[in-house]
Write a protein that binds this ligand. Structure first.
Ligand SMILES: [Mg+2]
Length: 341
């Protein structure tokens, strides 16, 4: 069966396209395996194990839950599906290696959507040096993209959530609140050309998050004692880190590196930059704990990646507070209701 071509084929539902044809079309774009490995096209990929420790993670994006097709293009969804997994590898201090994907296509999914998804996945995979080595396609009630990713880190060198010690500095990479601010902008204005540059940059932070892979490796080398990526918001992920470490924290709200573009959102309770930075999600910045004497070197190493590292507080013996308010209280005002339409 020849691969479907032309406009007519683009409009055919992907579910009507023979799955082997579709996967062959995608496989042709995935690059070829090095000697000793076997990628897409067999029953399973054959990979050489890393010299150090193997990292494995998975994350799934579901239409209507994790993204809205009204503003996220298929390429955006493809990009994000790879980037969020690379972010989890980054949060361990590792380097991403291989990924496989399982895609559930809505029954009326046009074939062009599959190509868009592949475009975004391949763009992100190239950016983060991940090899896409296989996948599966099926029908689903709505578009669902699951990715599983492997990574590598020096043996015994992964940075866990559980290593923070009282007296450590708490630091974040980059800036906070931009992705949640982007969601506010997209809800208000859609993804059209009406967004001015600041709002368009916020929208990009929501639609095309960057994984801090180089920064995560730099922080591991600098001796970070604990690390987590900010997927569900600072309040939630900081609570996870201190709970795993059996410690507390005190974070200074005035020290939070707020995304400059949040000012363009103007007023309204949903646009408050501090709230977006603390309870918004999906910034995919790294939060780490570091012994204070390592801070200067860590900042220099992260700056070499082109990214700022900001101390936002410190690890304490107990009581998890941000701006004098218990993290639990911040979490109750959390991401879930921000996400809800
Ligand atoms: Mg994570």
């Amino acid at each position: 069966v020849p691969p479907p071509t032309g406009e007519r084929a683009e409009r055919r539902p992907a579910s009507a396209v023979d799955e082997d044809v579709l996967t062959a079309r995608l496989r042709a774009r995935l690059g070829s395996a090095p000697d000793g490995e076997l990628w897409s096209g067999d029953d399973a990929a054959v990979l050489r194990p890393p010299a150090g420790s193997l990292l494995v993670t998975t994350d799934m994006l579901v239409e209507g839950v994790d993204f809205e097709s009204a503003w996220a293009s298929p390429a955006d969804v493809g990009w994000k599906s790879i980037a969020v997994n690379a972010s989890d590898i980054a949060a361990m201090g590792g380097a991403p290696r291989h990924a496989v994907t399982a895609v559930g296509l809505g029954t009326s999914t046009p074939g062009a959507l599959v190509d868009g998804l592949a475009d975004g996945m391949i763009e992100a995979a190239t950016t983060y040096a991940v090899a896409l080595v296989g996948g599966d396609l099926s029908r689903a009630p709505r578009l669902t993209v699951a990715v599983a990713m492997t990574g590598e880190v020096d043996a015994g060198g992964a940075v866990p959530r559980s290593g923070a010690r009282p007296g450590d500095a708490l630091c974040v990479t980059g800036s906070l609140g931009g992705a949640a601010g982007g969601l506010v902008a997209l809800r208000r204005h859609g993804a059209g050309p009406d967004l001015g540059p600041p709002l368009a940059r916020l929208a990009q932070r929501q639609l095309r998050p960057r994984a801090r892979v180089a920064e995560g490796r730099a922080l591991r080398s600098a001796g970070a004692s604990a690390m987590i990526d900010l997927s569900d918001g600072l309040a939630v992920d900081l609570a996870r880190l201190v709970a795993a470490s059996g410690v507390g924290c005190e974070v200074d709200v005035a020290a939070l590196p707020l995304d400059d573009d949040l000012q363009a959102l103007g007023s309204g309770p949903e646009a408050d930059p501090i709230r977006l930075a603390v309870v918004g999600g999906e910034d995919f910045e790294l939060l780490c704990a570091l012994a204070p004497e390592l801070l200067g070197d860590a900042c220099a190493r992260v700056e070499e990646c082109g990214t700022a590292l900001t101390q936002i507080g410190e690890v304490t013996r107990g009581g998890a507070r941000l701006g004098g308010v218990d993290l639990d209280e911040w979490r109750e005002r959390g991401w879930d209701h921000l996400r809800a339409p």
